[in-house]
Design a protein around this ligand. Sequence first.
Ligand code: 13P
Ligand code: SF4
Length: 320
Amino acid sequence: MPPESIRVPSPALPANLEEAIRALKREKGAVLLAHYYQESEVQDLADVVGDSLQLARAAQKIECERIVFCGVHFMAETAAILNPGIPVIVPDMKAGCSLADGCPADEFKAFVAAHPGAKVLTYINASAAVKAMSDLICTSSNAVKMVEHFKGEKLIFAPDRHLARWVARETGRNDLIVWPGACIVHEQFSAKGLAKLKLAHPDAEVLAHPECEQAVLDQADFIASTTGIIERAVAFPDRPAIIATEDGVFHAIQKRVPDKELYQAPGLDESCACNRCPYMRLNTLEKLYLCLVNDGPRVTVPEELAKQARIPIEKMLALS
Ligand code: 13P
Ligand code: SF4
């Protein structure tokens, strides 16, 4: 790193960042894809906002000069794999994911080798290297269907043990071989706090993401991906809802049903915003502006790895 005295200053930020980002997007032929866990001002600038399946679908079909991905690394990597001709840039390379980080490729390789004959179904929240070792990919919105694809076959499910347990219950598959990873955000919801909140709002419907702990899911009326949760909330505008997922989804719900009563499921530590994804929230407006100015950082996947990883992702998109 250069000494402090000769460090190159970052360009001055424009007063109206939103306007500057819109202008740069036009000028650079960039399409902005954003996940529902992004800050509301990032979602409002996006060309497509979606859950991980919708964003993968959008990335596969997009024609533009560059994709700007506001989400986490594995999502941008998936976009780069599905659409190798288009550069994918991100506001912050450090936006990872505890599920992807908790499943290193070398350890996963040994895990797969320890279960000869098993097929491998991997949640999209995984690295390209882990995807490349998989027979099929799934997201939270199609996991049940993708497990059913392997009827009668020995099956590894990775890397989220909570999603695996939920999907096993839904499909009656009690024999899944599970990689024991977890999401540090969804594990933070408190079953006890949720029970208390339900008592205070007995008419509220509890909408939860399947990455939550079983004691939280046991209290849910509806379990689905982020898009599933949003659509359910919008479908019943007069019914209060308690939401057990990252609170980025509130923005999409409030835009469509502004008068709906919404409550965030409480975290284990009520003094922190632990149910905000620390990785997703690394993408600020400032960093989004700078990545458009600098045309980077860029997420790349070596060609041979991308070729291997593309097979199970495209198979999922064809099946779902
Ligand atoms: P979705 O598939 O619902 O978008 O979930 C992605 C995710 O990372 C949840 O934590
Ligand atoms: Fe990963 Fe959890 Fe953040 Fe989703 S919420 S990106 S699973 S750490």
